[in-house]
Design a protein around this ligand. Structure first.
Ligand SMILES: [Zn+2]
Length: 300
């Protein structure tokens, strides 16, 4: 997957290479709908203590661009943060926390925590469901026990359902979700979250899909010919698995869903290369601060 071909690192550094540029960008983003004092609601401000911070003209409350955003209390400069985000969104194989820690000279825990925050911003808004022709399938991640094939009950495997738009032989947008099992109830979640009711959905012959036909009138089932009849889908599953292996060498079930979010955030913007980074910064500006403890609690 080639992303951001046009936005070279050189171009990125030119526009967002210094702390001041990043603070200015964040400040504009944060108060783009106008300034309002958090303490007294007053709408006029003067320059605050720090670069780009704003001080309420009435009560003197001073607010920095990073305050009340997910960039609050970063252990490194905003310029480093933005460049890490550039790497996470643009590098072909994805930038894992070990690589980021080394490149940006921060502790691996620090890089890991920041990466977790970036992934929160990459969660789907669930407001743009897949439409047209959509292909759905399931796959597993992990090592199957010897002698087990197909849809096994092994707890060691992580089951994932994937849905992709099929547009004239090419792949459109897509989403995936972890599922507990292959029951209709489990499979239903990706339909509810990510597929339009009137989409033409194509799935294999698995009985779990059958009850969904009540709500999805255009859902059709085709007996799977060992993957041969869904080549686009299986190609994309392979790509996803390869990416995951590169960026995340082992599979913690608790965190896997965040890597799925990351993959499809990039995947669904592979044709909007210029805006992928600004989209991510926008989303992060609108997210409240979150602690490491809260991130760990969310995962368990
Ligand atoms: Zn005020």
């Amino acid at each position: 997957m080639r992303i951001l071909k046009e936005l070279s690192r050189k171009e990125f550094i030119k526009t967002l290479g210094t702390k001041e540029q990043c603070m200015e960008y964040l400040s504009k983003n944060k108060w783009n709908r106008g300034y309002k004092c958090r303490s007294c609601d007053h709408s006029l401000f003067i320059k605050g203590k720090q670069h780009q911070s704003r001080r309420c003209k009435k009560c003197g409350y001073d607010e920095s661009p990073t305050a009340h955003t997910i960039f609050h209390k970063l252990k490194f400069g905003l310029d480093k943060a933005f460049e890490m985000m550039y790497d996470i969104t643009t590098s072909k194989k994805g930038a894992n926390s070990i690589w980021l820690a080394e490149r940006y000279d921060v502790a691996q825990n620090t890089a890991w925590l920041f990466r977790q925050k970036v992934q929160i911003a990459m969660q789907s808004s669930k407001t743009h469901p897949l439409e047209g022709e959509v292909h759905v399938d399931e796959f597993e991640i992990g090592t199957p026990k010897k002698g087990e094939q197909g849809r096994s009950q092994s707890e060691k495997k992580i089951r994932i359902v994937i849905a992709l738009e099929y547009r004239k032989g090419k792949c459109g947008r897509g989403y995936a979700q972890i599922i507990e099992d292959y029951s209709s109830e489990s499979l239903r979640s990706i339909f509810t979250n990510h597929i339009k009711k009137d989409a033409k959905v194509l799935a294999d012959g698995w009985s779990g899909y059958k009850p969904l036909k009540k709500e999805y009138k255009n859902l059709e089932q085709e007996l799977s010919d060992q993957g041969r009849n869904f080549p686009m889908l299986h190609n994309q599953i392979r790509n996803f698995k390869n990416w995951l292996r590169g960026v995340h060498s082992y599979c913690d079930k608790e965190y896997l869903h965040k890597y799925i979010d990351e993959y499809f955030f990039r995947f669904n913007r592979r044709n909007h290369r210029k805006s992928i980074l600004t989209k991510l910064i926008d989303r992060m500006t609108n997210l409240k601060p979150i602690t490491k403890r809260e991130i760990q609690n969310l995962a368990t």
